[in-house]
Ligand binder design. Structure first.
Ligand code: GNR
Ligand code: NI
Length: 175
């Protein structure tokens, strides 16, 4: 297993639509393992392929959180939302690709996601609470969407501007 570098906005790869995975083989499992290690190290509760520059429909999630709890990783390959509740809920969200920025986002309170697991076996998972929020946040990533897209244009523009400035400074120091 190896840790991978997490991309930050305004990297254009975070705005691309990820391609479906054709077969869950050892190469895909190795990527999922790297993603999980990267997510735990960050630390975060979810990570999508494009966040580490892997433009495939791959997600890892672990909302267990507390350090004394057993890790309970979930691997999602080609996930699809099949049902979302009419009821909405608000959670504060953050994103490893937008460090240290947190805002409330309203989303369906519950959802059902169909996916292939680490062995390529079809699974159905019903989600609520932070898991429902996280699943929807990660599936957004696979279609090039970020949680700031759910905020007002003013807030989104402000964040993009701030991170573009940081990015320019980095490029100047390197180049
Ligand atoms: O670590 C993360 N925490 C989080 C909190 C609330 C809603 C969504 C998330 S996902 C985020 C990690 C990440 O950026 N995943 O794409
Ligand atoms: Ni994110």
């Amino acid at each position: 297993m190896a840790k991978r570098e997490i991309l930050h906005i305004p990297d254009s790869r975070l705005r691309e639509v990820c391609a479906p995975v054709e077969k869950v083989d050892d190469e895909v499992r190795a990527i999922l393992d790297d993603m999980l290690e990267t997510m735990y190290d960050a630390p975060g509760i979810g990570l999508a392929g494009c966040q580490v520059g892997v433009m495939r429909r791959l997600v890892v999630i672990d909302v267990a959180g507390r350090e004394d709890e057993e890790p309970s990783p979930i691997y999602l390959v080609n996930p699809r939302l099949t049902v979302v509740s009419d009821e909405l809920s608000v959670h504060q969200e953050g994103c490893l690709s937008i460090p240290e920025y947190y805002e409330d986002v309203e989303r369906p309170a519950r959802c059902t996601v169909e996916f292939l697991d680490r062995d390529g076996k079809p699974q159905v998972m019903e989600c609520e609470g932070i898991l429902a929020t996280c699943v929807q946040h990660e599936l957004d990533h696979l279609d090039g969407r970020l949680f700031i897209d759910h905020l007002s244009r003013l807030k989104r523009d402000r964040v993009m501007k701030k991170f573009s400035k940081i990015d320019r400074r980095k490029t100047e120091t390197v180049g």
